[in-house]
Design a protein around this ligand. Sequence first.
Ligand code: NAP
Length: 449
Amino acid sequence: MPHIAVVGSGPSGVYTAQSLVQQGSVPDVRVDVLDRLPCPYGLVRYGVAPDHEKIKSLQNNLRTVLHEDRVRFLGGVEVGPALPPAKLLELYHAVVYCVGAAADRRLGVPGEELPGSWSATDFVAWYSAHPDARDDGFVRGVRTAVAIGVGNVAVDVTRMLARGAAELLPTDMPQAALDVLAASEVRDVYMVGRRGPSQARFTTKELRELATLPDTEVVVEEGELTLDPGYRDPVALPAAVRRNVEVLRSWAARPRRDAARRIHLRFFLRPVEIVEGGGRVAGVRFERTAPDGLGGVTGTGRHEEIGAQLVLRSVGYRGVPLEGLPFDPGSGTVPHLAGRVLRGGVVSPGEYVAGWIKRGPTGVIGTNRPCAKETVASLIEDAPAVVRKELAQDPLTGLLAAGVRPVEWDGWRAIERAETALGLTLGRGSVKIPDWAGLLDAARGASGA
Ligand code: NAP
């Protein structure tokens, strides 16, 4: 009976498991979905903003897959030095790595390490209750924040900074983060792009949402927008980009209103330094850029500083090498051929990749579906050769022998129940448990282990 391991239980891992059991081309297949965390769903649980309930409800679809008879969730299993890829290949017929892109890209400017300068992914991890998140309080004492970058993550963190307590209360955000954000005195949030509005990476739906926040005004500067030839004449722009530009144009035409908070969308400003004051972040110094006619920008030698007490660097994710797997540091991905892992340019039998570690950190959640399908199609094609060997035992027996104590589906269900119970004690809906001990206590309480 073919037994496949999928490493990572985010969307790409779950879609991979789904493709494996659905396509029927690997008869009697069994799939173990492994995750380093005791909780499944990857960035759907720990990346999608808490106020995006509709996207978060995708968890229900992912749950159906993980709950399938032929699929087994094994949380708390870290592939690494203690459980290397070579060991997994002994235990399983094939392994599909869907480990995402866990790190943030660096800006490479002075001051990046100052207190008060964080990657947006650190901030997201904190309000999403990731058990590895660091708690800095983030917004304590902050009146002005700068998000560097104009992708959807920058929009997420900008929106979360501008949300009021009443809007955050119904979310499953951990109580400590809710308390801090509810007491926030942030009044101005700058979201800053180094290129023009027609090169921004955010999607129109996410952009528009910024103007729906209560008591919050979105401020754009017409003079800055018109530096972009695509803004002045949007006819040739792709439809999705044109929609963004038209939203910005409508905002530029609106009279300014008074509001408790302001979101400033700025363009053609490239960060050159995170400025220090009193031992922590005091602002960001930008160089004004100008379009180079090729979609890029050039520096103008003119500078502008935006004073701020919090800087969130939101310039994209980056894949992290997994010891024992090949890695291309340039692209931050595992080299592959239609999802088959390449070692030294040669296909490594039984090893596959899907999701961000395969194609880089781009696209929306749904993009992972065709990506996973391509990988599974390769695996199915290879199955006659890959599945030929007999496995000595159920891989779980081998994992236990290697000292791993997985959190199985019942353990995860117990975490969910504990989060519902926690919410009840706080007068809220389900509230996420933010620490390893709390998660493992809840999970292990279920099995009595
Ligand atoms: P992203 O879409 O790649 O955007 C990164 C932004 O950072 C771009 O504006 C980029 O500008 C800028 N940037 C990169 N290097 C920079 C530098 N050195 N200095 C200044 N700016 C720099 O990344 P992301 O926002 O992290 O999103 C990652 C993926 O997750 C995307 O596919 C996104 O759509 C997805 N996502 C989706 C949602 C949603 O659907 N609601 C929510 C969150 C994330 P340039 O273009 O000039 O390089």
